[in-house]
Design a protein around this ligand. Structure first.
Ligand code: ACO
Length: 371
């Protein structure tokens, strides 16, 4: 048996959804750079699920189908209100809420392609509503229904704040959603595929994936990046803070990647947005500090920033609470999880690797009364 720690380099499945080849990321053959610059998030979701870009009519029908399914069961809102809202992390609330959504879906356990498509739309549509409802409830406000005619990106910001966002914010948020939508066999997507490969249901797969995304080595890194930026506080403090962390062999959140070696192609888009948005808010220091951190970490460790690094200052500039950064990742990545769940169902085989046993052998059992 050859063990690959963390399954590094192991090719576990075939997929036609997204690819990372020579550090270039594509969704269904389209370069992420083109999609980030030109596509709406709705178009990207359609592309991931159905394998091709929608025409204008298909785009409109799809967007309407999504916006018709945003309503949340009252019981989930009541559940949110019952939590200790000072201590519950929104990712934990989201994980539980998605699991609960399955309890209110009569088709949750019906496994046929049409029912799966309906569930996909319901799940994708309700994710932004869940995150924004939780956020409002914990600040003592009532959830807001989405506004008809607004995109998913615009509606997210609207449901969060109650105000229609400006064009710059919508464009930036849409781009962030596009950039986070899918990423080959990342940890949370693999988790979703392992789960549904037992022929479990879509809600179980997405719930499991949210649990995997929550960790700081994966999606949870974006919140930690902002925590680090706040701790550093000033541009002058970047050098001593980062040097000390590197000397102590601490991991710098938002840097490094299992697959990319020369750089994460999503980071440059977020870096540009960070520069633009911090100018608008007058908090250029977060962009400048980020650039200085990148210089040090990449210079000394040859570790380029990943998608999480500049997304922190982007979301902060949009006025979003820092512990909502990872739930926003989930609002986008659920599209990729669902695409992979559907692909897994199409050609399923149980995912069951082996472990090399390194424990004791030949132990003699002593009955409990004699122990
Ligand atoms: N800061 C400092 N050193 C690092 C970092 C980092 N961010 N990332 C990797 N290294 C170092 C490790 O200490 C290790 O050094 P060593 O060989 O001297 O012990 C070496 O680089 C290899 O690191 P691993 O953790 O083994 O690399 P792996 O491929 O397992 O991990 C990961 C990739 C988890 C992304 C890692 O780079 C990391 O922890 N980064 C910080 C967390 C983060 O940003 N996660 C988000 C990733 S993107 C995403 O999921 C959306």
């Amino acid at each position: 048996m050859t063990v690959s720690r963390g399954l590094e380099g192991v090719v576990a499945t075939q997929s036609s959804i997204s690819s990372i080849i020579d550090d270039v990321l594509t969704y269904r053959g389209y370069n992420i750079d083109d999609l980030a610059e030109q596509a709406s998030f709705e178009e990207v979701v359609y592309l991931l699920w159905f394998g091709r870009l929608p025409n204008q009519e298909e785009h409109k029908v799809f967007a309407d189908e999504l916006s018709a399914q945003t309503e949340l069961p009252e019981e989930i809102i009541a559940h949110f209100r019952s939590y200790n809202l000072d201590s519950v992390h929104p990712m934990a609330a989201l994980r539980t809420a998605v699991s609960m959504l399955g309890l209110f879906d009569d088709e949750a356990d019906i496994d046929d392609p049409e029912a799966n498509k309906r569930k996909a739309i319901r799940l994708q549509a309700k994710m932004p509503a869940l995150v924004t409802a939780f956020s409002r409830i914990r600040s003592g406000k009532d959830p807001i229904a989405p506004k008809k005619g607004l995109s998913i990106a615009a509606n997210f910001l609207y449901m969060l704040t109650g105000e229609e966002p400006n064009d710059i914010s919508v464009e930036a948020f849409n781009k962030a959603l596009v950039l986070h939508a899918d990423h080959e066999l990342n940890a949370s997507t693999f988790t979703a595929r392992v789960c549904v490969a037992t022929l479990s249901d879509m809600y179980s797969g997405v719930t499991a994936a949210i649990g995997a995304l929550k960790g700081p080595l994966h999606g949870g890194a974006n919140e930690r990046v902002m925590k680090m930026l706040k701790e550093i506080g000033t541009i002058d403090n970047v050098e001593p803070y980062i040097q000390n962390a590197l000397d102590n062999k601490e991991k710098i959140m938002g840097f490094g990647h299992r697959v990319y070696k020369t750089g994460d192609p999503r980071a440059k888009h977020l870096r540009e947005m960070s520069q633009e948005l911090t100018k608008v808010t007058g908090e250029e220091k977060y962009y400048e500090m980020s650039v200085a951190i990148e210089k040090l970490v990449t210079g000394q460790k040859n570790l380029p920033p990943n998608v999480d690094f500049y997304s922190a200052s982007v979301y902060h500039s949009l006025g979003i609470d820092h512990d909502l950064f990872t739930p926003i990742f989930a609002v986008s990545r659920v599209s990729g999880w669902i695409a992979h769940i559907l692909e897994q169902f199409e050609n399923n085989r149980l995912i069951r690797p082996r472990a090399e046993y390194v424990g004791k052998e030949g132990e003699t059992f002593i009955p409990i009364a004699q122990r």
